[in-house]
Write a protein that binds this ligand. Sequence first.
Ligand code: ADP
Length: 552
Amino acid sequence: QFPLGRRLPCDIYWHGVSFHDNNIFSGQVNKFPGMMETVRKITLSRAMRTMQDLFPLEYNFYPRSWILPEELSLFVDEFRTMKDSNPSWKPTFIVKPDGGCQGDGIYLIKDPGDIRLTGSIQSRPAVVQEYICKPLLMDKLKFDIRLYVLLKSLEPLEIYIAKDGLSRFCTEPYQEPSLKNLHQVFMHLTNYSLNIHSGNFIHSDSVNTGSKRTFSSILCRLSSRGVDVKKLWSDIISLVIKTIIALTPELKVYYQSDIPAGKPGPTCFQILGFDILLMKSLKPMLLEVNANPSMRIEHEQELSPGVFENVPSPVDEEVKVAVIRDTLRLVDPQKKKRKDTHLSFHTYLLIFPTQLQSLHAGVAGMKDKQHKHHSLKLSLKLKFYLKLGSCQSLKQVPEASEELPDAAKSLEAALPSLCLKQVFPKYSKQFGHLRLVDRVAALFIRFLGVKGTTKLGPTGFRTFIRNCKLSNSNFSMAAVDILYIDITRRWNSMGIDKESGMCLQAFVEAFFCLARKKYKLLPLHEQVSSLVELCENRLAALHGKRLAWGCG
Ligand code: ADP
C-alpha cells in the first residue's frame, strides 16, 4: 500500500476496484479500463443480444433479456405474442436493477404488468430476464457456481479458468415459482449475502457440506450419480470463452482510449467472477459476470448482539488463495524476462513467505546428498533473505540476484501445480469464427481519430464510409449522414454517458444495417462477415496505395 504516493514504478499494480490511475506507464495492472462498465447487467445483456442475433445457437446459454425502461413495450409485445401462440405457457421473469449486486432490488414476476414502475424505473434502469424455473438441485436446494476466470491479456486474447470454484446454496428447499412463493428470496436467490441472514445458513469447516462448498465437491457428487462431468466442464469452458468474446469489442475501445497504442503504458489482466446456474438438464447458464469478485477468505460471525468477529472460511481459502497465487505466477514479470517457467524470487518473497519457511524446514529431510547440500545452502540464503524481509533490501545484496533462478526453481517445485487452466488460445480454432464483432470494433477504433475518445464523430463515420467505398447511387452521403444521426441520437438518449458521438454499439447497429442492405439474402452473420471482409480489403488496398505514393 502506498498511502503517501509512489516513488518508483512497479512491476504489478493491484488496484482494489478499477483501472483509474492514468499515471502508470509500465508494468501490469490487475484491472482493465472499462471492465466495470462492460459487465454491468445492461451492457452485458446488450453484448449478449448482439451475439445472439449473429449466432443464436452458440449463444443460447444466456437467458432472454430486455432492457428497462427502453424495451418495456418490446417485452410486453413479445410476451403477448408467445402467450397467444401457446396459452399454456406460464413463464416467470426476474427483474434486476442495473449495477445492482448481492441480490439488491431483485424480484420475480409472472406478468409484465407486475414490473414495479413506481418512479424508480426511469432513474434506476434494470434488466428483465427469463427466470430459469428448473435448476439442478442438490439436497433439494437451488445453488449456483462462482467460477474465477483470469483474462490475462486482451490482445492477443488469453483466458484462464480456475479448476475449482464455489457453489453457493439457497437455504430453503426449492419449489418452482408460483404466486405463493415468488417473494421467497431464500428459495430463489442463491446470493451468499442474502442467505447468510436466513436462520438455516450453515457455515461449514468442510469444503463439501454447508451453504457454501467447493464446485469440485459438487462435481464429485454428480460424477457418483453417473453425470458426465467432463462434458459439463467442456460446456462451462465454452460458455466462458464465448462470454469473453462478447465482451472484448467494448473492452478494446476502452483500452485504446486509456492506453493509446504507441504510447508507453501498462498492460492489464483481471480476475473475473462468473456466476453460472446449472439447469436440471445440466446445461450451464450464465447469470452474470463480476468485475470485482469478493476475494475475502473469512466471514463475519456475530458473537453477541452487535459484536462481530472475523472467522476463517476454509472453502473460500481453498479456492481463492490458489486463484490469486496462480494469477501472480502467471503474470510474474521476471518470468517474462527470463522466458523460463520459474517465478521470480522477488515475487516469491512478496507472496509466499510461509512457503519459503516450509521449504527451509523441508530441506533437512532430503535424501539425495548432493541435492541436499545445494538445497541446504540455498535454504540458508533464503532464511537470510527472509530476515531482510523486503524486496528493496534484497536488491541491495548483489550476490543474491545470481542465486535467483536456482532459488526460484526450488521454490516452484515446492508449490502446488497451477489451478488456472489456459483455455484460450488453446481452443481458439473452435471459437475464432465468433470474433466477428471484434473486427467491427477494429474498424470503429481505426476511425475514432482523436486519441482518448470512445465515440465516433460524424466526420469519422463519413471517412469510414468513403474509405471503404460503401456509398453509391443507392446510398448517398446524405443518406449516410441521416443513418449516423438517427442511430446516434437514439443511443445517446438511452445512455447516461454525456460524451457526444457514436458509441461502439451504435456503430455495430449501423454496420449491421449496412450489411443487411448490401447482402440481402444471406443470414446475418454472413452478411456481417462479408461486409467486414470487404471493408478490410478496401482499407488494405488504400493503405498499400498510400505507401506506394509515399515511396514515389
Ligand atoms: P446480483 O448481482 O444482484 O447478485 P444476479 O444476476 O447474480 O444479481 O442474480 C442474483 C441471484 O438471482 C442469482 O445468484 C441467482 O440465484 C438468481 N438468478 C438470477 N438470474 C436468474 C435467472 N435468469 N434464472 C434463475 N435464477 C436467477
